[in-house]
Ligand binder design. Structure first.
Ligand SMILES: Cc1cc2nc3c(=O)[nH]c(=O)nc-3n(C[C@H](O)[C@H](O)[C@H](O)COP(=O)(O)OP(=O)(O)OC[C@H]3O[C@@H](n4cnc5c(N)ncnc54)[C@H](O)[C@@H]3O)c2cc1C
Ligand SMILES: *[C@@H]1O[C@H](CO)[C@@H](O)[C@H](O)[C@H]1NC(C)=O
Length: 434
């Protein structure tokens, strides 16, 4: 493979910026397409919400942001930098352990500026089609749109960095078609005020369900958390007068009742779905070589390369439950080095076999398909594996220790105290700021 490739990067969020930097460092020629007018992706706060709060109406105007106004990071800032570029943005002269979303955006803008990435980005330019063209020297065609202007360009390789926090995933609730209350997905949650004096059922057991329920509990009458995790304790939360935890919803009724599998039931005004997002690549045409099924993007070797199209097509940022910024940096470095011919991939057959092995192991341990890209409990194994491909040391021991300490605290306190309290505890005890 020639050393310097012409590479298209789709998206200028964390994944796109990390990719642009590594590709540039390897001497590739990079064009970053960004449909919005600024970089940062997820970290750009948009106060607007969609007309359909569940995000199901295909004719709605899509709002791409999913941040709520008060959002602070759920990882300490030490875990949200890059290996050679730590996150040390001060607000009011102070380094925050869990910075707000504005500080993350500032950090990303400084990162892009310091590595000369802004010049590589074409803003307000949406990629609408990416297609492999066999007849033209194994190239990729990228069709983009800026205002009404449409442009087709050929590239040696395409790195997909379009993110996966825009298309809501909704919980299936028996009886929901007859239920008359309001429903909203966390994608369209910004501020707690609309929940004033309401009885709210919050579905999900992620950081956002936990965070948002703590915030709306301050104004709502009652908040009932519903989780499908098997081990859930049915209880009122410590620290809150009005948050209860329940198992899965069994059924909802026309009279507004929401019945949980644990036997409890409440009359609710609002159901808030904090049930995550779907992977979606509307621009990608691969003749079925890459597909999304039940939140599994596949087949992807190590969550990055579709074996048949490797290394010219790659995906950065697919896995979750991991130190995201570091992971994207390592994935991007791997892609950049493979493209410049410094690092080699196994054969297509070997890559496919590895993917099969991953799927089989998931089945053996009973991990559902929709968790294909969750790295929970083996996150560092993956990151260290990526680093090893480049002959580099893996994640810094100190960072691993911070991550493990955080998860010990989460296991011990999160269920009873919630994220808001957990952050306070961490900060009060100076756990990560020594
Ligand atoms: C509510 C919430 C809280 C989070 N909190 C944390 C946290 O505390 N810590 C953490 O590490 N992570 C957190 N995350 C995860 C966060 O998404 C990642 O940290 C990271 O921002 C993902 O980056 P990305 O580049 O993969 O995707 P995105 O940030 O979504 O960026 C994708 C970019 O691609 C652009 N794009 C998409 N399609 C096209 C197209 N067709 N053409 C051109 N451009 C396109 C988009 O406009 C966007 O700018 C959170 C996510 C959410 C939703
Ligand atoms: C969000 O992105 C879509 C294209 O994917 C675009 O049509 C829409 O205008 C964007 N929304 C906003 C509010 O910018």
């Amino acid at each position: 493979m020639a050393e310097s490739q012409k590479v298209a990067v789709i998206g200028a969020g964390v994944a796109g910026l990390a990719s642009a930097r590594e590709l540039k460092r390897e001497g590739h020629r990079v064009v970053v397409y960004e449909k919005s007018d600024q970089l940062g992706g997820t970290w750009v706060y948009d106060p607007r919400v969609e007309s359909d709060p569940l995000g199901l109406d295909p004719n709605r105007e899509i709002v791409n942001g999913s941040l709520y106004f008060s959002l602070c990071t759920n990882l300490p800032r030490q875990l949200m930098g890059f290996s050679d570029y730590p996150f040390e943005i001060k607000k009011n002269g102070e380094l925050k352990t869990f910075p707000g979303h504005e500080e993350v955006l500032t950090f990303l803008n400084e990162f892009a500026r310091d590595f000369g990435l802004v010049e590589l980005i074409r803003f307000n330019t949406e990629v609408v089609r990416v297609e492999h063209v066999d007849s033209r020297n194994d190239q990729w065609m990228v069709e983009s749109r800026m205002n009404e202007l449409s442009l087709e360009e050929a590239f040696d390789a395409v790195v997909v960095c379009n993110g996966h926090h825009t298309q809501p995933r909704i919980a299936d609730i028996p009886g929901i078609e007859k239920w008359h209350g309001k429903q909203i997905h966390s994608h369209n949650y910004r501020v707690p005020e609309p929940f004033q004096d309401q009885v709210v059922v919050v579905i999900g057991d992620s950081a956002s369900s936990n965070d948002i329920s703590g915030e709306i509990a301050k104004v709502a009458k009652e908040v009932h958390l519903s989780s499908r995790s098997p081990g859930i304790k049915v209880t009122k939360l410590d620290y809150y007068d009005n948050i209860w935890q329940h198992s899965k919803i069994d059924c909802v009724y026309e009279n507004g009742e929401v019945a949980f599998q644990d036997g409890a039931s409440v009359h609710a005004d609002i159901i808030l779905h904090c049930t995550g997002y779907k992977y979606n690549f509307p621009f990608l045409e691969t003749n079925g070589i890459v597909s999304v099924d039940d939140n599994r993007v596949g087949p992807l070797y190590k969550h990055v390369f579709p074996p048949k199209l490797a290394p010219r097509l790659s995906f950065i940022g697919i896995p979750y439950w991991v130190v995201i910024f570091h992971m994207m940096e390592f994935q991007a470095k791997w892609v950049a080095r493979v493209l410049s011919g410094k690092v080699f991939l196994p054969s297509e057959k070997e890559m496919l076999a590895d993917i099969e092995k991953h799927y089989r192991r998931m089945e053996e341990v009973g991990k559902p398909k929709h968790h294909t890209h969750s790295l929970h409990s083996d996150e560092f194994e993956y990151l260290d594996w990526l680093a090893a491909q480049m002959g580099e040391a893996g994640v810094d021991e100190e960072l691993k220790e911070i991550y493990r300490t955080l998860f010990k605290l989460i296991d011990k306190f999160l269920a009873d105290k919630g994220w808001i309290k957990l952050r306070e505890l961490v900060v009060e005890n100076g756990v990560f700021e020594k």
